[in-house]
Structures are given as C-alpha cells and as structure tokens.
Write a protein of this length. Sequence first.
Length: 160
Amino acid sequence: MKVMDEKGRVFGLINIVDLIILLVVVLAAAGAAYKFTHKSLQGKSVTVEFQVMIPHLRPELAQAIKVGDRMVQGSSYTGVTVKDVQIKPGYSVNVDARGQRVESYDPFLKDVYVTNTGTTVLSSASITMGGQEVRVGKDYYVKSRDYEFKGTVVKVEVKE
C-alpha cells in the first residue's frame, strides 16, 4: 500500500494540504484548552501597593496629583489608583565653595511621593501594574488623564 496515491491523498483518504491544515487547527485548539484550564500558569490575583518618587517638580505641578486619580495606559484607564500623595522639599546634593558635596533642600522645587495601589495577577517573576513593570529603582510614569510625570519606584509591597 502506498503512503500517497496519484491524487496526492495520504493513504487514499485525505489530501496532504487538508491534513496539514487539520493538524494546525487541532494543535491550536489543544494549546488554547491547555492555557485556559491549567491552573499553575494562571497565577494568583494580589493587591500591590507601590511608591513612586517624582523629583524636583514645580509646586503647581505637584498639586495636580490627587488621591483617587486613576492611572492610564495609552488612552485607556487601568486598575491602578493613587492612594496617597506626599509633597516634600526637593532634596539635592550640591558642591559648596570648598568643593565639598553637601546635602540641601530646594526652597522652591518639590519631591512628590505617590503611593499607587491596584490588583494584578502574579504569573511570572515580574510585577506589571498599569502596563508598566514595577520594581524598586525602575522608572515609572505616573500618568492620568490630566498629567504625566516620570518617577522612580522606591517601594513595592505585595499584599496577598
């Protein structure tokens, strides 16, 4: 018995092109079923609270950030909201007349500490909130419908 006959059918039953298409569809369906039914890949839903420090803002800009503001990604709202806003004098390190480094606080510019909170699914080694990776030391854009500021994540707390 031949594997392929003169009409291009495998074992005289099905065309080779139809067989390949059928195999692709069956494998895609099996992969989708595995993904949606296998629990270990789905992760668990947790609440994440993280603090972002935005340095050296003008006072009127610092006042734009309000508790309850919802963060956006692109043109859509995310599940991240502002929980707390602390405005402190702007910290800096400068060089004095003797060439020594000294700590000082700017009397005008402000450092803003924004605490954000939201829920996410932990299914890998990274935490993603509002479409951005959250990790201490990493840049994070605090952006709502009305403003956008670039800051640095200074604290992350995962609440199970």
